[in-house]
Design a protein. Structure first.
Length: 96
């Protein structure tokens, strides 16, 4: 759950390269080397979860967020900035 202001900050989904248009997964045109070690050749690997953790449950978060989706929904706050989004006065929630 994210507020309207933080919707613009959401990261994009990674899409595979188009075939043979400067793609890094082809062997032609200096793209991919044959029998190369991917761990050694990449300088900065993309990590989907990163090092960010939820402030409440200490679970890893996939965006640049303060709260995971579960904690953000139970508290009614924006996952990224912590702003109150939902009024939980009439909600019946349990910890189970």
């Amino acid at each position: 759950m994210v507020c309207e202001k933080c919707e613009k900050k959401l990261s994009k989904v990674i899409v595979p390269d188009k075939w043979k248009e400067g793609a890094s997964n082809t062997t032609e045109g200096g793209g991919r080397k044959i029998n190369e070690n991917k761990l050694l050749s990449k300088k900065k690997r993309w990590t989907p979860y990163g090092n960010t953790k939820c402030m409440i449950c200490k679970q890893q978060v996939h965006q640049d967020a303060k709260y995971c989706h579960t904690c953000a929904y139970t508290k009614g706050v924006c996952a990224m900035c912590g702003k109150q989004v939902l009024d939980l006065k009439l909600y019946k929630q349990s910890n189970v």
